[in-house]
Ligand binder design. Sequence first.
Ligand SMILES: Nc1ncnc2c1ncn2[C@@H]1O[C@H](COP(=O)(O)OP(=O)(O)OP(=O)(O)O)[C@@H](O)[C@H]1O
Length: 312
Amino acid sequence: MLDAIAKGTAAQDESVDLQAEFEASNIDEVMDKLDRELVGLKPIKTRIREIAALLLVDRLRRKFGLTSGAPTLHMNFTGNPGTGKTTVALRMAEILHRLGYVREGHMVAVTRDDLVGQYVGHTAPKTREVIKRAMGGVLFIDEAYYLYKPENERDYGQESIEILLQCMENNRDDLVVILAGYKNKMDRFFDSNPGMRSRIAHHLDFPDYGVSELKSIAEIMLAEQNYRLSEAAAKALEEYLPIRMRLPHFSNARSVRNGLDRARLRQANRLFASRDRALTKTDLITIEESDIRGSRVFAEGKLEGEPETKAR
Ligand SMILES: Nc1ncnc2c1ncn2[C@@H]1O[C@H](COP(=O)(O)OP(=O)(O)OP(=O)(O)O)[C@@H](O)[C@H]1O
């Protein structure tokens, strides 16, 4: 693949047009998509642009024979659940494809269970099969640290790690591995697996979203599905979000998506209950205040606050 990019044959006095290369790669289209579909994440978007620029320049250097061998592109995405790691990894796969660093640009997302078998002899074929599927694209390993279980001496995860390490080294020109998970767990994983750390070129840390970002995320998600919030529903959502953030199992944008799914369900039930009247398009697209306030979150938020109130 890389020899398809260039063979290091450009003459020393020949010039290259970085802008033309940039335009030809069409990566700005992916960048625009990233900007449009993902709220916030400024530091992440900046890093992606920097990586894209690095790869583009690397491609030009190759033309002059100034760089040899495939660059290391394996990455580590850390952050809490629902902060956009999988979505950004998908876009990264597209960028790497457009720049010619992987043949296909698809992404295979897996967890430990997809890589590690339960019995002796099962792990190697399982891991190899996943790698085979991911070849030419990105292999995204969510919660990668579960591959390593030091408390169990004979855990098969180690076997999978070793095969992955080998592939990450030998197939650098056609497979990019992105590891993902909580930052502290990932740090501990790298401490115990220095071989893995040394093969990672880029570490990106995804921040949690604030209330206003979560609200914008909700609006994007609703617009994508042809829904909108009434004014009172938008206010209710502003109250809902900080309560949901304090409750257990909060997972950023994923919680927003789940909360909206339930609001749509309540909207449908509300419309169904008044089915004796004709519905307008506005009825069908509008999420009303009661669809948001009907959430358990308001009751649970109160329950959570109760002991505190009693203690005072
Ligand atoms: N910044 C954002 N703007 C809009 N939507 C977002 C944003 N971040 C995440 N989402 C949406 O939230 C959902 C969860 O995101 P994603 O799966 O990428 O997160 P993740 O960090 O990989 O979390 P998990 O590990 O739980 O899968 C997706 O539907 C995604 O489209």
